[in-house]
Ligand binder design. Structure first.
Ligand code: TYM
Length: 329
């Protein structure tokens, strides 16, 4: 018997993807395509819960699709689509809203963080964000969800929602299981106590589209020293650089720098130069793919249209079943 399961994940079209997205989630997205029935969504409805650039939004969405295809998302294997093209996502969100107490949403750390960052625009959508995320996954009866560590609390909430649904209306949804990569939390280059994120500013992250010079500059100016650390542990900045090195460089190189560190011979400038070069080398073929795809945007648009059609068929069928269970039909 095949153990192929339904897998769902999403990414916000915030302009440019970074190596935190790549190591935390997207690398897994590509690998898992052969094993499962994968749905990957560009979640444009999530990204409008904070201030966004409406003038260039369609371009940002297309760029996100281009980046995903360049990384190796294969439309022959996976369903790639834009969330708002399948309105059943918002319909299911409303149905789930009636099941989940507000108190559960008030506990969400991402809501608290984003409210602090966007204190003059704390809208209902921001509050409801995790319910839309649960609807994304469950609309397709998704069971597996590859994400970075920051999304785990949202997935717990999705499991709470589906448990409440199953208890009230009869077994329908399977439990959701996160798939977490070994670098589930990549840290910012300048503020290594915070996760790498676009909202911290461009010097904090390496974008998939950054050119060689930019990558070198950003890595060379990454924070390393934070004074003496307890129990001889690496400072958060150095630790993060080693995490990146482990992901991008050969084992032999990682071993050499680890040995240097433990012998007290580590030169940060050498470590950074090596790291910058390995990141440049890894991103090169992806960037070549981006250049090719940029020349054929119509093809990318067609891929998204086809993906939305395929997703919509399944969504329409499942929402009918869900509404039937809830006594709405
Ligand atoms: P988003 O767009 O913020 O991030 C996309 C993916 O990248 C991961 N990620 C990281 N991983 C490690 N280190 C980092 N510094 C880092 N920054 C980002 C995220 O964990 C995520 O997996 N709410 C989701 C989008 C979403 C979704 C869904 C995900 C909407 N619906 C349904 C899964 C299932 C988000 O904000 O992703």
């Amino acid at each position: 018997m095949s153990d192929k399961k339904i897998l769902f994940s999403g990414i916000q079209p915030t302009g440019e993807l970074h190596i935190g997205n790549y190591l935390g989630a997207l690398r897994n997205w590509v690998e898992l395509q052969d094993k499962h029935d994968c749905f990957y969504s560009i979640v444009d409805l999530h990204a409008i819960t904070i201030d966004y650039d409406q003038e260039n939004y369609q371009e940002q969405i297309l760029n996100t699709a281009i980046d995903l295809l360049a990384l190796g998302i294969d439309p022959k294997k996976s369903t790639l689509f834009v969330q708002s093209r399948v309105p059943e996502h918002t319909e299911l969100t409303w149905l789930f809203n009636t099941l989940i107490p507000m108190a559960e949403l008030q506990r969400m750390t991402q809501f608290k963080d984003k409210s602090r960052q966007n204190f003059n625009n704390i809208n209902m959508g921001l509050f409801d964000y995790p319910v839309l995320q649960a609807a994304d996954i469950l609309l397709y009866k998704g069971e597996l969800v590859p994400v970075g560590e920051d999304q785990l609390q949202h997935l717990e909430l999705a499991n709470t929602i589906l448990r409440k649904f199953n208890n009230k209306f009869g077994e329908y949804f399977q439990k959701i299981e996160p798939i977490i990569s070994k670098s589930a939390r990549v840290m910012s280059l300048q503020e290594p106590n915070n996760k790498m994120s676009k909202s911290l500013g461009t010097t904090n992250y390496i974008a998939l589209r950054d050119d060689e010079d930019t990558i070198r500059k950003k890595i060379m100016s990454a924070k390393t020293d934070a004074g003496p650390q307890k129990d001889g542990h690496m400072s958060p900045g150095v630790d993060n650089l080693f995490t990146l090195l482990e992901n991008f460089a050969d084992e032999k190189i990682v071993k050499k720098f680890n040995l240097d560190y433990h012998n007290g011979n580590l030169k940060y400038s050498e470590l950074k130069a090596e790291l910058a070069q390995t990141i440049i080398n890894t991103l090169k073929p992806i960037q070549d793919n981006i250049v090719k795809l940029e020349k054929d945007k119509d093809k990318v648009k067609k891929i998204l249209e086809k993906g939305a059609q395929k997703a919509k068929k399944i969504a329409e069928n499942n929402i009918l079943e869900i509404k039937e269970k809830m006594g709405l039909i």
